[in-house]
Design a protein around this ligand. Structure first.
Ligand SMILES: [Zn+2]
Length: 290
């Protein structure tokens, strides 16, 4: 069943688990995460970045909506990192039920102005809005991008930002980065900022770039009230790794997609399952039928 960002996140926030937002940038990745979610009775967000959408084409959304409307699992179709009103409007017209507007690199007042404009439009269409305050780091080589220097979210500013914009969820910067960190770099989450922020705000908080933080830190973040965690690199790396292995296996006859991809999808399913367990999302679909 297709539901909005607000619907999927409010229940997660109330029940202290986090919704995985999988950037499944291909039909195979989408099938893999959908099957895992169904097996584990786990609600999830299908997140699509504008660059992924350009690659997949608008018609792909027809496939996603079909699957969402034919499953008992609560699913939200979410635009990841919408950069402007044009991209957001396009997503709403296609049937997305949640959009992110990312004006976090702009000055605070301008971020408020842009986000507010998006909220006004999206809410008219019954679509939820996520915005971002502070900046998420970038390790290079990701579709999501980011900045090289992380600006941590100021909890007081977060409170003001939410009151001014009327958003449904907020991505906060507490030390995560998109992509996989370089070797020898140990990322550390500022859980103190998260703790402070949850005291001041009541909407669901979101973590981007959760791919290579330690499981212990991620589990603590969920415990402290993070209601959604974006997973992109982790479900793609294992898929690509298996594909590389198969193509380098010496069998030059291997070419049929239905022969080549299932083993890769299995690797993605293993990672998706591990994330769902870590975020405590398994067996939570029932909470949405009440
Ligand atoms: Zn992101």
């Amino acid at each position: 069943m297709l539901i909005t960002g607000k619907e999927i996140l409010d229940i997660a926030q109330k029940n202290k688990f986090a919704i995985p937002a999988f950037n499944a940038g291909s039909g195979q990745l989408f099938t893999a995460v959908m099957e895992t979610a169904e097996e584990m009775k786990a609600p999830f967000m299908m997140a699509i970045h504008p660059d992924e959408l350009s690659f997949l084409k608008d018609s792909f959304i027809g496939q996603v909506l079909y699957e969402c409307n034919h499953t008992k699992i609560p699913v939200c179709l979410h635009l990841d990192h919408g950069a402007n009103i044009k991209q957001v409007m396009h997503a709403i017209k296609l049937g997305f039920t949640s959009v992110m507007i990312d004006a976090s690199h702009k000055p605070f007042e301008e971020n408020i102005r842009i986000t507010k404009e998006i909220v006004n439009i999206a809410h008219l269409a019954g679509v939820s809005v996520e915005a971002e305050l502070g900046t998420i780091g970038d390790t290079g080589n990701t579709v999501e991008g980011g900045v090289t220097e992380i600006i941590y979210t100021d909890p007081l500013k977060a409170q003001e930002f939410i009151a001014e914009t009327g958003i449904d969820s907020l991505a906060i910067a507490i030390g995560t980065a998109h992509g996989i960190y370089p070797k020898n770099f140990v990322p550390k989450l500022r859980l103190d900022i998260l703790k402070e922020t949850t005291k001041l705000v009541d909407i669901p908080l979101v973590l981007h770039g959760g791919s290579s933080n330690s499981d212990t830190e991620i589990a603590s973040a969920v415990e402290l009230g993070i209601a959604k965690i974006n997973i992109s690199s982790d479900i793609k790396i294992c898929f690509a790794q298996k594909l590389r292995e198969l193509l380098n296996s010496g069998n030059s006859e291997i070419r049929e997609p239905n022969v080549l991809f299932p083993a890769c999808m299995l690797e993605t399913k293993k990672v998706a399952k591990q994330k769902i367990e870590l975020f405590k999302t398994n067996d939570k679909a029932g909470l949405y039928y009440l």
